[in-house]
Design a protein around this ligand. Structure first.
Ligand code: ATP
Length: 476
C-alpha cells in the first residue's frame, strides 16, 4: 500500500515538475502513451547519451547505427514475431478485468513457494511452459481453474477462454488501401541491426568480436499496460548485438552481464535494488539468458535483458533472402555465421528506475524536504546560477557567470522569488548545485555553492567554477 502510494507520488511529481505528462491529456489522455516534458526529455537524453558513449565511444569494437522503423514485412516472419510474438490473455467474468495468463500463473507460483510448496509451484510452471510452447490454450485455462487461480479484484476463478494476441502494430504503405502492403511498426530495434550485419561489417571492416548498437523507438500493442512508463505502447530501446565466434558466446555473455551491472552501479543505482534473474525457460533460439531486475515500488521487474541468441537471427534471414550472412575469419581462414550476445534495455524503464532511485523524502522535526538525488551526470540541470537579490548589480554579475558556463554545461539562471524558494525549485528537479551571487561576490569575485544532498555551502572564486563542476562529474 505504502509502495503503491510511493509510485503515485512519483507519477504526480513527474507531471508537476515537467518530467512526464500523459499523452494528449486535454483529450483525457491515451492509455500507455506518454510525453516527456522539458526536464524529462533532458534526463532521458542524458541517459541515452551515457549509454551511447559507453557503447560506441568508450568501447573500440562497437559501432552505432540508426535504422528505419518500417522494415520489409518478411523480416518479422524470419524473426519469428509474426508467429510467436503474442501475449496470452484471459478475462475474468466477474470483474471484467483482463490479465496475462503467464503473469497470473507466475504470481500464483510465487505464493506457493512462500507457502513452502516449491514442488507444486515447479510443476505448475513446467505445465504452463509446455502449454505455451504447444499453443494449448485450453490447457492454460484448465491450469487456471484447476489451481483455483483467482482474479485479484473479483477473488474468483471464473475465466473466459484463453486467447493469444499478437503485439505488433500494423499499418499500410501505398496510396490505395486495397493494394497496399501491410507494414509492422518494429516491436524491437534488434532486427534493424541483424539485417545490416553485412553492410556494417563490410563498410567499417570490423573484426569479430564486434558490436552494433542502436537507440530507437519500438512499438508493442501491450494489452495489459499499467505502471506508468514501465510498460508503454510506444517506447525506446537501447540495444547492442555483439557478434562473436561460435563457441565463445558464453564467455562473452558473462562479460556483458558484469559490464551492464557495473554500469548501473556507476550511474548511482543502489546495487541492493538490482537483481540478476536467469530465465527459467529459455526461448528456443537462446542458450543462456538473464534479466537485470530492479526493485520498483510496484515489485521487482525487468529493466534489461541479456540474451545469448546463437546464430538464430542471421541464419533465418540468410535462409529467407538466400544471402550469405557470414563472416570470413582471416586468422582461421574460414567463413562462419557469428553467434550473438545481446544487451537490450528499455530507455523509459531506465528513466523510471532513475527517478525512483532519486526520489527522496526527508522528514525532519521542523520541516520536510523533498528532492531528487540525481547524479550530476544525469541531472537535467547541472547548476543553477542565482543572484541573491534582483538589484545592486548582482543579476548582471550572475548573468555573466551563466553566459560563460552555458556553452559547456546545462545551467539555469533564475532571479525570481526568494532564494529559499529558488533552492526548493532546484531540489525538486534534481539540480545538484545552486550557485549564489551575493554582495561578497562584488568585492572578491567569489560565490557560494550549495550542495543539494548535504546542504553544505562552500565559497569558490568565479574563475574556478567550470573546473570545480568538471571535478564533480565522475567518469563511468
Ligand atoms: P516484459 O516481459 O516486461 O514484457 P520483455 O521481456 O518482453 O519485457 P524484451 O523484449 O526483452 O522485453 O525487451 C527488452 C527491453 O525493452 C526490456 O527489458 C524493457 O526494458 C524494454 N521494454 C519492453 N517492452 C516494453 C514496454 N512495453 N514499455 C517500455 N519498455 C519496454
Amino acid at each position: 500500500m505504502e509502495q503503491d502510494n510511493l509510485l503515485k507520488k512519483i507519477i504526480a511529481h513527474a507531471k508537476t515538475y515537467g518530467f512526464v505528462y500523459p499523452s494528449s491529456e486535454i483529450y483525457n489522455g491515451l492509455q500507455s502513451f506518454y510525453d516527456y516534458g522539458p526536464y524529462g526529455v533532458a534526463l532521458k537524453k542524458n541517459i541515452q547519451n551515457i549509454w551511447w558513449k559507453t557503447m560506441t565511444q568508450w568501447k573500440e569494437n562497437i559501432v552505432g547505427i540508426d535504422t528505419a522503423i518500417g522494415m520489409h514485412p518478411k523480416v518479422w516472419q524470419s524473426s519469428g514475431h509474426v508467429d510467436h510474438f503474442h501475449d496470452i490473455l484471459v478475462d475474468n467474468l466477474d470483474s471484467q478485468k483482463r490479465y496475462r495468463v503467464d503473469i497470473l500463473i507466475e504470481q500464483h507460483a510465487e505464493i506457493l513457494i512462500q507457502k513452502k510448496q516449491s514442488k507444486t509451484a515447479e510443476n505448475l510452471l513446467k505445465s504452463m511452459q509446455y502449454a505455451i510452447q504447444t499453443k494449448n490454450y485450453d490447457q492454460l485455462h484448465t491450469l487456471l481453474t484447476k489451481n483455483n487461480i483467482q482474479c485479484p479484484v473479483a477473488k474468483s476463478a471464473h475465466w473466459t477462454p484463453v486467447r493469444a494476441f499478437n503485439l505488433m502494430f500494423q499499418t499500410k504503405t501505398g496510396a490505395l488501401n486495397e493494394e497496399a502492403n501491410t507494414l509492422y511498426l518494429r516491436p524491437e530495434t534488434a532486427q534493424g541491426i541483424f539485417v545490416n550485419f553485412l553492410n556494417v561489417q563490410k563498410s567499417t571492416r570490423m573484426k569479430i568480436p564486434f558490436g552494433i548498437a542502436q537507440i530507437g523507438k519500438a512499438f508493442r500493442n501491450e494489452i495489459i499496460a499499467r505502471q506508468f512508463v514501465f510498460r508503454m505502447r510506444e517506447f525506446e530501446q537501447m540495444e547492442m548485438q555483439f557478434f562473436v565466434k561460435p563457441g565463445t558466446e558464453l564467455q562473452w555473455f558473462d562479460y556483458w552481464q558484469e559490464q551492464r551491472l557495473q554500469w548501473y552501479v556507476h550511474l548511482g543505482i543502489d546495487p541492493q535494488n538490482l537483481k540478476v534473474k536467469p530465465h527459467d525457460h529459455l526461448a528456443h533460439y537462446a542458450n543462456k539468458a538473464v534479466d537485470i531486475n530492479y526493485d520498483f515500488p510496484f515489485g521487482t521487474k525487468e529493466i534489461e535483458g541479456i540474451h545469448s541468441r546463437t546464430d538464430f537471427d542471421l541464419q533465418n534471414h540468410a535462409q529467407a533472402t538466400k544471402k550469405k550472412l557470414q563472416y570470413f575469419d582471416a586468422r582461421e581462414q574460414k567463413n562462419y555465421t557469428p553467434y550473438v550476445v545481446e544487451t537490450s534495455v528499455g530507455c523509459d524503464r531506465l528513466f523510471l528506475m532513475v527517478l525512483c532511485n532519486a526520489y527522496q523524502q526527508e522528514i525532519n522535526n521542523e520541516k520536510n524536504r523533498l528532492y531528487l538525488q540525481l547524479p550530476i551526470l544525469l541531472a537535467p540541470i547541472k547548476a543553477a546560477i542565482l543572484p541573491l537579490v534582483k538589484k545592486d548589480g548582482l543579476p548582471e554579475k550572475a548573468k555573466k557567470i551563466f553566459d560563460d558556463l552555458k556553452y559547456h554545461y546545462k545551467v539555469h539562471y533564475d532571479a525570481s522569488q526568494s532564494i529559499g524558494k529558488r533552492y526548493t525549485r532546484q531540489d525538486l528537479i534534481g539540480t545538484p548545485y545552486c550557485m549564489t551571487v551575493d554582495y561578497e561576490t562584488l568585492i572578491n569575485d567569489t560565490i557560494t555553492i550549495r550542495d543539494r544532498d548535504t546542504l553544505k555551502q562552500e565559497r569558490i572564486h568565479i574563475t574556478k567554477i567550470a573546473q570545480w563542476l568538471q571535478s564533480k562529474i565522475k567518469k563511468i
